[in-house]
Ligand binder design. Structure first.
Ligand code: SF4
Length: 353
């Protein structure tokens, strides 16, 4: 990958924002253009120059390329796939707020992302720009008026695509709400557009309220030196960092690939948090594995990797019923109240309560 990267860098990578750009860059052949154009009608095409610099046109199905270059497979929708796979809409009392769990809300001030991931679970919603100021004010009022909200999760879209000025306004407003004890930001920016992690951005985020940053990263090849430096800037400035990854067929559905990602994250001071089972978003079946595959990968990580490197494997129940752990249960109770415990090597033991 490094050799390929150097080769492509010498051609000065350009950002890509249309199917025609993909063709010009040599990332899709001419006979794919019509299908890719159809796919981009639902989820736009956007790939930062940083990411195009990581893609070798000779290997357009590499683990980074595959996440961002559309294919005609997105135009095939399965019956069980949903436009709103995790049920955001039924839990959205007003624009910009998703209130699914009692003590926390999602605040989505922006629906734009620097890249569009082809497996995105919000693929029907993202790409629409900024929440109008009047809607943002109403969303902040909603948080002010619900004293049970302990944590606000900025998501989207990618919140770190907003200007430091807009971020400052939002973080200031949240910082002033007494019952908001924690702010969490979900972002892909440090790995897809690391130059956005600037001193002004850090200043916009630093407040007395702790700000946790959850990095979306799916393969160790995304963790190049620029990404490592962006992460280091955030961690050095006191932001605790966690990760979330999506289990993706042909990208990271392999125990060794997943182990390499988790170890790389920890070595960059990012604690693996969630590994999401692929949501049933429309046109994404080519990315989804079975839960059995996910469980097998998690079982291989357990025992072989440090506890620091273990993510929780999570299934978001379709329809908006929330997340549940999807890994195999290692303890099961018997009829006579004994527990059968399976260890990391698959051996079973009895535990008396
Ligand atoms: S960055 Fe997140 S919200 Fe944006 S396209 Fe990727 S998965 Fe979807």
């Amino acid at each position: 990958m490094k050799a390929a990267r150097n080769l492509v860098q010498s051609l000065q990578p350009q950002a890509i924002t249309s199917p025609e750009d993909l063709l010009t860059a040599g990332f899709i052949p001419p006979d794919h253009l019509a299908a890719v154009t159809e796919a981009s009608a639902t989820l736009p095409v956007s790939i930062t120059s940083h990411i195009t610099g990581l893609i070798d046109p000779a290997s357009p199905d590499g683990p980074v390329a595959k996440q961002f270059i559309p294919t005609g497979l997105e135009n095939t929708k399965q019956d069980e796939e949903l436009a709103d796979p995790i049920g955001d809409i039924p839990h959205s009392p007003i624009a910009g707020i998703v209130h699914r769990y009692p003590d926390r809300v999602l605040l989505t001030p922006v629906l734009t992302c620097p890249v569009y991931c082809r497996f995105c679970f919000r693929r029907e919603a993202v790409g629409d720009g900024l929440l109008a100021l009047v809607e943002l004010d109403a969303a902040l009022d909603y948080i002010r008026n619900h004293s049970e909200i302990w944590e606000v999760i900025l998501s989207g879209g990618d919140p770190l695509i907003m200007s430091p000025r807009r971020l400052t306004q939002i973080i200031d407003a949240l910082d002033e709400i007494d019952h908001v004890a924690v702010i969490r930001i979900h972002t892909r920016v440090p790995v897809v557009d690391p130059k956005r992690i600037t001193d002004s951005l850090v200043t916009a985020l630093k407040r007395k309220t702790p700000v946790f940053i959850v990095l979306h990263c799916n393969h160790a090849d995304e963790m190049v030196v620029e990404a490592e430096q962006a992460i280091a800037t955030l961690v050095d400035n006191g932001f605790p960092m966690l990760s979330q990854s999506v289990l993706l067929k042909g990208i990271n559905d392999d125990p060794d690939v997943m182990a390499a990602l988790m170890k790389k994250l920890v070595s960059c001071r990012v604690k693996p948090y969630y590994l999401h089972h692929g949501d049933k978003a429309q046109g994404t079946s080519h990315f989804r594995t079975t839960i059995a595959t996910g469980r097998a990968i998690i079982a291989r990580l357990r025992g072989r990797l440090s506890g620091l490197c273990q993510p929780s494997y999570m299934l978001d129940i379709p329809g908006g019923h929330g997340k549940v752990p999807a890994a195999e249960a290692y303890l099961q109770v018997t009829d006579d109240s004994r527990w059968v415990v399976k260890d990391w090597q698959g051996n079973t033991h009895i535990y008396h309560d």
